[in-house]
Design a protein. Structure first.
Length: 367
């Protein structure tokens, strides 16, 4: 009888322990599932996710290959189309003291671009550095030879008529226009690659670049108190840049006026506002890069040659200020690298850029 009681007692104890374990397990589950979720500790709280900034001027995640289009610049005002939508524009001297423009497009559907004109061989050096498909209407002999020898993927309206059309209300040869849709479609017909991973040229940043911001501090003696003070140091040669004047010849000048409210530069041609054909509005740009490049005459027709490789001086202009910079380009197809006086690479503000490649015989005025 006594043994039976002990068995029953032992059995009850085991049952009680099992029951207790079940109860504790249930309580633990309730705590973890409900109570602990509702009142997390400070350690368990997740930091809010910071959204990654992305460029707006181009899609960095896109591998669309750029298209560079030669644009006539010997026309009346209000005739240019597409120069506001291009992410980089180049302006360079041609024969007769005139200039021509090359507009580079990526990640935008631009329905009207032009007027499209003929190629000059030194523009190829700037199309190649962005791995761009090169569109033009005609060519100089020098450009024709270089396009063939360099293996440039080009679309020439003299032979490839499909992506171009003429506006008959405008006198030829200043009336040829195109679009990005037509150019990309035709590039595919010619079996050109329309994608690339080598398009990036400028060192863009999503953080606003203000050239007047201090880059370091130095210690100086205050002459009044005799005490040491920390003084901010800005970049060498910093200039206020509310007005920028860029002469190309004795009768061709490009200039910009800073719009402080919009933080952009309004563009002028020979002191006249440069008006966009499509919008009727004055063209404006976030960034201006001035490259001073030596030029020389090649022939009796005044064709030019440029020392596009090597190195030289220039300016980077944005947000109302300018600083001297250096440019280097190791070969015709190599990317141009822009650096400050301390050797660090220039960071370019997110926005459209006009690269003014001007003769070294003239000097820009920045004030």
């Amino acid at each position: 009888m006594e043994r039976k009681k002990k068995k029953i007692t032992r059995k009850n104890i085991i049952i009680g322990i099992i029951f207790l374990i079940i109860i504790l397990g249930m309580l633990g589950y309730i705590y973890v599932t409900y109570i602990n979720k509702e009142t997390p500790s400070k350690k368990q709280k997740k930091e809010p996710e910071v959204e990654e900034k992305k460029l707006t001027i181009v899609d960095e995640d896109s591998n669309q290959r750029p298209i560079a289009v030669m644009i006539d610049n010997n026309i009346g005002n209000g005739r240019h189309a597409g120069l506001q939508e291009s992410y980089i524009n180049y302006e360079i001297i041609v024969e007769g003291g005139l200039t021509r423009i090359m507009a580079v497009f990526k990640d935008k559907d631009v329905s009207l671009i032009g007027p499209v004109r003929s190629s000059r061989h030194y523009f190829l050096d700037y199309a190649l550095e962005s791995d761009a498909i090169y569109a033009h209407y005609g060519w100089s002999t020098y450009a024709q030879n270089d396009i063939k020898s360099l293996g440039v993927n080009n679309i020439n309206g003299l032979y490839d008529e499909a992506p171009f059309w003429r506006d008959k209300s405008i006198a030829a040869p200043h009336n040829v226009f195109t679009s990005t849709e037509k150019l990309y479609a035709y590039a595919e017909q010619k079996n050109y690659n329309t994608t690339t991973t080598d398009w990036k040229l400028l060192n863009y940043t999503t953080d606003e670049v203000n050239l007047s911001d201090p880059i370091s501090t130095t210690t100086q003696i205050n002459p009044e108190t005799g005490e040491k003070e920390k003084v901010p140091v800005t970049r060498d040669g910093l200039l206020t840049a509310n007005s920028v004047v860029i002469p190309y010849s004795y009768y061709q000048t490009r200039s910009y006026t800073y719009d402080a409210e919009r933080k952009v530069y309004l563009r002028f041609m020979n002191n006249t506002p440069h008006i966009d054909k499509s919008s009727g509005q004055q063209l404006y740009y976030k960034n201006i890069i001035i490259e001073q490049v030596r030029n020389s005459q090649l022939d009796s027709e005044g064709r030019q040659d440029l020392d596009t490789t090597g190195s030289g001086n220039g300016y980077y202009i944005t947000n109302g200020y300018a600083v001297p910079i250096y440019w280097t380009k190791s070969s015709r197809s190599a990317k141009t690298i822009y650096t400050y006086s301390d050797g660090s690479e220039v960071e370019i503000n997110d926005g459209n850029t006009f690269v003014q490649i001007m003769p070294t015989t003239f000097t820009p005025t920045i004030s």
